[in-house]
Write a protein that binds this ligand. Structure first.
Ligand code: CO
Length: 190
């Protein structure tokens, strides 16, 4: 496993619509390992392939990771529990309601803004073997994180879904990202 460099806001890679995974082979497994390695090493709860410069429909998540660190009473060592989740070719097949909550993104260091998301979703995706699966999520970090990462696969970024444009621009400015010119979000047809 190799930790990869995370692509930052302003890089055109983040605005590309990614392509579907067709081959479930050894090179896919290597890429998935690198995604997990990079996400955990960066203390992220989610990471999409374009964020390491690979324009494919793959994302990884572990929404429990930051909150599950605890000290083992016997060994006194910090233990981390992992609940990794891999979604290949994910599609939202159901979405309803609306929630507004704070989000960050590894491609936007030091930026946390209010973002509008669906309250309830069902996602259809493939696992590492290409087997089709479904997952439902409602009103929690997993629900928001899946939407955030799927957006990355469509060249969309969380600043496109801000609940407060003025706040977003101010926070980008404060983080030193205010003058960055990013290509616009691609228009999806169909
Ligand atoms: Co992100």
């Amino acid at each position: 496993m190799t930790k990869q460099e995370i692509v930052k806001y302003g890089d055109p890679t983040l605005r590309k619509v990614t392509s579907r995974v067709i081959k479930f082979d050894k090179s896919l497994r290597k890429l998935v390992e690198d995604l997990f390695e990079t996400m955990y090493a960066s203390d992220g709860v989610g990471l999409a392939a374009p964020q390491i410069g690979v324009s494919k429909r793959i994302l990884v998540l572990d929404v429990d990771y930051p909150s599950k660190r605890y000290i083992d009473e016997q060994t006194k060592k910090e233990t981390v529990a992992y609940t990794p989740l891999l979604l290949i070719n994910p599609v939202l097949i159901h979405k309803e309601g609306q929630i507004i909550s704070k989000e960050g993104c590894l491609s936007f260091p030091n930026v946390v803004i209010d973002v509008i998301r669906f309250k309830k979703i069902i996602v259809r995706y493939q696992d590492l073997l290409g087997k089709e699966r479904k997952l439902a999520a409602e009103d929690d970090l997993l629900c928001r994180c899946i939407q955030h990462e799927i957006d990355h696969l469509d060249g969309k970024l969380f600043v496109d879904k801000t609940a407060d444009e003025t706040q977003m621009k101010r926070i980008l400015q404060e983080a030193g990202l205010g003058d960055i010119v990013s290509p616009p979000s691609p228009v999806m047809i169909g």
